[in-house]
Ligand binder design. Structure first.
Ligand code: ADP
Ligand code: MG
Length: 339
């Protein structure tokens, strides 16, 4: 036994870890939506009250969990997605850290209701601040519903630092956009305080972009498609004449995961050089598919920052692809004018 050094009790360790994973309602939304995707859901509903401060609920029709697994899911580092460190470099799932549910349950009131197709009865479990307060068999549809209430009820400092309802709802909506854009084959719904904000039927990438961003973007998109050994790029860039002084809409997805990457952003904006007026920004929705072992997504708990093996080559390819698409677009326009 050591003199003064002690292992932290689990609920304390979970609450500390939660500080990194769960910063605001939008972080909970991201984690729950990603779990539903990893469960192979075809339809996912997000129900939010008071910008997520009161309720964040995600209903999926995925594969569900056994009673034992539903209980285990809330342990820290408990995951069905990887078993060894090697698999970190060959990920096909959004999750792998086994931290999200444990972290969320450390700082909120969580109820989970879940059932697998092969089970007659499902399970419901309620947890408050990492403590299981109820667990019983339950009649449930196949799939999983996770309800997160009273986020940060036991971390007043965090609760106080939440922004206004408008700002937190904007964060939640942005997170919903990112996940929905990356997965056009999944039907997504989103309601806030009882009113339906989005109902996005399964479709193509283009249909999803238009359904999320509004019909006004429909005639502003130029398609990009390029296949190389290092990466495949597909998606759309906004026509130069539609660039605005505002920040614009900039989306990079790597292997179906939204990421932020200022270096690759520069690759796109530099391809627009000379086509945009000073201070305006291009819009783009670019989906990059790279070999899983050429990107490290485990450099930050929220996984929006990633490290590529060969960033310089990616930069060159992306810049060239955007220039190519813009070139074609310009040539097409000229042809069109000649006619
Ligand atoms: P991770 O996603 O990194 O594995 P989580 O804490 O988010 O960690 O989830 C823990 C485990 O709980 C997952 O690995 C999965 O087995 C199970 N799980 C979580 N959400 C769902 C869901 N919606 N449907 C089915 N299983 C789920
Ligand atoms: Mg997860």
């Amino acid at each position: 036994m050591s003199d003064i050094i002690r292992l932290l009790p689990d609920h304390v360790a979970n609450q500390i870890a939660a500080g990194e994973v769960v910063q605001r309602p939008a972080s909970v939304v991201k984690e729950l939506l990603e779990n539903a995707i990893d469960a192979d859901a075809r339809e996912i509903s997000l129900i939010v009250k008071d910008s997520g401060k009161t309720l964040i609920q995600v209903i999926d029709d995925g594969k569900g969990m056994s009673t034992m697994d539903a209980r285990m899911a809330f342990e820290r580092h408990a995951t069905s997605k990887i078993q060894s460190a090697d698999e970190l470099f060959n990920l096909s799932t959004k999750g792998f850290r086994g931290e999200a549910l444990a972290s969320v349950a450390a700082v909120s009131h969580v109820t989970i209701k879940t059932k697998r197709p092969e089970d007659d009865l499902g399970t419901t479990i309620s947890i408050e601040g990492s403590k299981v307060i109820a667990q019983e068999p339950a009649v449930a549809p196949v799939g999983t519903t996770v309800s997160v209430r009273n986020l940060f009820y036991n971390v007043p400092a965090r609760r106080k630092f939440l922004k206004s309802d408008n700002v937190e709802l904007r964060n939640v909506t942005n997170e919903f956009h990112r996940v929905a854009l990356a997965h056009p084959k999944i039907h997504f719904k989103f309601s806030h305080n009882g009113s339906d904000l989005f109902n996005l039927p399964a479709g193509t990438y283009r249909q999803r972009i238009v359904n999320v961003m509004g019909h006004k973007v429909d005639d502003k998109l130029v398609e990009i498609k390029e296949e190389t050994e290092l990466l495949n790029i597909h998606g759309y860039i906004g026509k130069p004449e539609y660039a605005r002084k505002t920040k614009g809409l900039q989306y990079f997805f790597v292997n179906d995961r939204f990421i932020k990457h200022s270096y690759l952003h520069h690759a796109v904006s530099s391809a627009f050089e000379g086509l945009l007026s000073q201070g305006s920004n291009p819009s783009y929705f670019l989906f990059l598919d790279v070999p899983p072992d050429s990107v490290d997504i485990n450099i930050h708990p929220t996984k929006t920052e990633v490290k590529f093996e060969d960033e310089h080559s990616l930069y060159a390819i992306i810049r060239a692809s955007v220039k190519h698409a813009l070139g074609q677009f310009t040539i097409n326009t000229i042809d069109f004018q000649k006619d």
